[in-house]
Write a protein that binds this ligand. Structure first.
Ligand code: FAD
Length: 473
């Protein structure tokens, strides 16, 4: 018998429950990918995500070829494409791994029902998370709204299991009519992606190499160093996780195997902290599933009354282009443009600057990140923006307004990060690099702009707007 395996954002062969189950129960397996971005509207993948997807599909196809198969690529609508392939191959089953974004869950539910009605054995599996959104609940059977108790419960329930092995072979049946990855037109027409090739190796082996490097070097000091954008202190696994090139269970398992101090039962502090960041990813998935409006609406409805500034396209453009005159902000925005990624600490700074110092709505920032991040993820991005803007359920309080100068001095003390991304400032001494405007002559010689807003004044403006909010309750 023959089964289709419908790959989506699980672009890997290891620890892939749908693939493993199909391989166990059927003689032949047909791996397929259906390109149907409209079905994810209004959050179809942005430009940087499409770049990643292109290369990840190429890698998966090559990995499958080595196992006697290949990735059959079709264009949507998904249900129609799947039906056509099912009919052409007389396959009796289709397996896939679940995703949890609102548009995708609704689509998948419809597809599953339609295929079951056709008499096809349609099954879905848990693969992209440690916990499905409904598996972690409060004592009152409610979703969690606060991270700490969510993670305490999840952590206590977590049963780490060995990853499912990569199948040695994937016997398949010949099927004509596959598109090439190039036919999906995912790569940019203008050449803005040169830096991406230096920064990344999309695909399963790139993911495993990145994780390996992290386990060899940074995991031990992760708890202490993770806030340092000037060092290679984090895993850079986020795009690999988003596209499912590595599973969170593989991560949890390897942390237990390789990051546990000799002879001890408990994980090292670094490994435990790292696992709790994977926990934040789980929490975002949980929130988006239970609060599907999260990408558009304030989780904390009090903020519906907030006095945002007038939309200011020129200010937003300067922020996007890294021309605000605040070195940490510009370094972050330029890193994002050049590589498709930004360090977490700097994401918090640029988001705080946009939403508080410039008082622009967080949705403007979330939309820009959506298009430019290689790890753009609806759950994590919406959660990250709402958290920083102060309107999330478990958010930093609004009145916590990051000061990008003191944050720079603390987390980039020698200015290494700023020098890398704002080369005009490379020759300034560390004592000036985070506030070059305090020496106007030096600033003028660099050609770097003065700050577009006064940090102290704009902070007061934000606090005043916050004071006007109706009180909680
Ligand atoms: P590590 O520190 O090595 O962490 C390991 C993994 O844990 C990450 O790959 C990620 O999957 C998860 N993780 C870490 N921090 C967080 C967090 N705060 N929330 C949720 N998951 C986390 N992350 C995305 O994956 N996609 C996004 O679109 C995204 N948008 C963000 C927007 C804002 C405004 C903010 C403040 C944060 C956002 N994050 C997002 C979270 C975080 O910045 C990135 O996951 C992290 O910087 C990725 O780098 P890393 O893989 O080296 O992280």
């Amino acid at each position: 018998s023959t089964a289709l395996v419908w790959f989506r954002r699980d672009l890997r062969l290891a620890d892939n429950p749908a693939l493993a189950a199909a391989r166990d129960a059927h003689e032949q397996v047909i791996p397929i990918y259906v390109h149907a971005p409209d079905e994810e509207a209004p959050w179809q993948p942005g430009a940087a995500s499409r770049w990643w997807l292109h290369h990840s599909l190429v890698a998966l196809h090559a990995d499958l070829r080595r196992r006697g198969s290949g990735l059959h690529i079709a264009k949507g609508p998904s249900l129609q494409a799947l039906r056509e392939i099912l009919e052409a191959t007389r396959a009796s089953a289709i397996y896939w791994n679940r995703l949890y974004e609102p548009a995708i869950t609704a689509r998948d539910r419809t597809i599953k029902q339609a295929l079951l009605d056709d008499g096809v054995d349609a099954r879905s599996f848990k693969a992209t998370v440690l916990f499905e959104p409904w598996e972690v609940q409060t004592g009152q059977d409610q979703p969690y709204r606060v991270f700490t108790p969510f993670w305490r419960k999840a952590r206590a329930d977590l049963q780490v299991r060995p990853p499912l092995p990569v199948p040695d072979s994937v016997p398949t049946v010949a099927l004509d009519g596959s598109l090439a990855v190039d036919d999906l037109d995912l790569l940019p027409r203008l050449d803005w992606d040169a830096g991406f090739y230096e920064a990344w190796v999309p695909g399963e082996s790139g993911a495993l190499d990145a994780f390996d490097r992290f386990l060899e070097s940074a995991v031990t000091d992760y708890a202490k160093e993770r806030d340092r954008p000037d060092r290679e202190s984090t895993s850079r696994l986020s795009p690999h996780l988003h596209f499912g090139e590595i599973s969170p269970m593989q991560i949890a398992w390897e942390l237990d195997e390789r990051a546990r101090p000799e002879g001890q039962a408990a994980r090292s502090t670094g490994a435990e902290k790292f696992l709790s960041e994977i926990g934040w990813r789980e929490f975002s998935v949980h929130l988006l599933f239970h609060f599907p409006d999260m990408p558009e609406k304030n989780l904390n409805a009090r903020f519906d009354e907030f006095r945002w500034g007038e939309d200011d396209p020129e200010a937003i453009l300067r922020w996007k282009q890294g021309r605000t005159g605040i070195p940490m902000i510009d370094a972050g925005m330029r890193e994002l443009w050049a590589t498709g990624i930004m360090h977490n600490r700097v994401r918090m700074l640029v988001a705080s600057f946009l939403t508080k110092n410039l008082r622009q709505h967080w949705r403007h920032g979330a939309a820009w990140f959506w298009d430019t991040l290689v790890d753009a993820d609806l759950a994590n991005n919406s959660q990250g923006w709402q958290w920083t803007a102060g309107c999330g359920v478990d958010a930093a309080p609004y009145f916590r307004i990051f000061n990008p100068v003191t944050q720079g001095e603390k987390f980039d003390p020698d200015g290494v990060y700023v020098r890398r991304w704002v080369p005009e400032l490379a020759d300034l001494p560390a004592s000036l690099i985070h506030h070059p405007w305090t020496e106007p002559d030096c600033l003028e010689a660099t050609g770097y702009p003065p700050p577009m807003v006064d940090l102290a004044e704009s902070r007061q403006g934000a606090l005043a707007a916050y004071q006007d909010l109706p009180k909680a309750g």
